[in-house]
Design a protein around this ligand. Structure first.
Ligand code: ADP
Length: 166
């Protein structure tokens, strides 16, 4: 039976850490849905459309990956879209408490839904979107943190945001 998994997140913006988890999921499962969280409770720096575009460009070599956005309960989205499991990356022990709680909650809401954790790669385990935004805002080099094909767009957006152009 074909297995479809989902990689949900803010992706504000996409980092090499996200890319690592999504690529590994795409190598393990038939289909990977990358779902940009619309209503996360925080105001994102990049719009939903921009986050989808950056992900699409970064992942266009992976033919079994689909990019979308979602709002509402992940457990319901998975039930409605025939998704078998959630795949999440674990960077450190600090990620674990929250992710463990979420995994159990999602299983209670949708008992057929599994959560699979992949350990972050040693080279990107320190990376987060918020760290990328902060470094870039201060004028630091983010080329080791984000996919090369979207680097310039991310820098331009963050610079413009800082100077109030957008
Ligand atoms: P962030 O915590 O950086 O805002 P997201 O909400 O966009 O990240 O994360 C989406 C998914 O990607 C989550 O499962 C998160 O654990 C995972 N992830 C984020 N950054 C990394 C990384 N550097 N290495 C591995 N997984 C990561």
């Amino acid at each position: 039976m074909k297995k479809t998994v989902i990689c949900p997140g803010s992706f504000d913006p996409v980092t090499l850490g996200h890319l690592d988890i999504i690529t590994r999921a795409a190598n393990m499962f038939d289909k990977v849905v990358v779902a940009v969280l619309v209503n996360s409770g925080k105001t994102p720096s990049f719009s939903t459309q921009e986050r989808i575009e950056l992900l699409s460009e970064s992942l266009n070599n992976l033919k079994n990956v689909e990019i979308t956005s979602f709002d509402g309960l992940l457990a319901d989205y998975c039930r409605e879209h025939g998704i078998d499991a959630i795949v999440k990356g674990l960077r450190a022990v600090s990620d674990f408490d929250y992710e463990f709680q979420m995994a159990i909650t999602n299983k209670k809401l949708n008992p057929s839904l599994e959560t699979i954790f992949l350990t972050a790669d040693a080279d990107s385990m320190y990376l987060s979107s918020s760290m990328v935004r902060e470094v870039c805002k201060m004028g630091g080099d983010i080329s080791n943190f984000v996919p090369a094909c979207v680097h310039d767009r991310i820098v331009e957006k963050i610079k413009n945001k800082k100077t109030g152009v957008i």
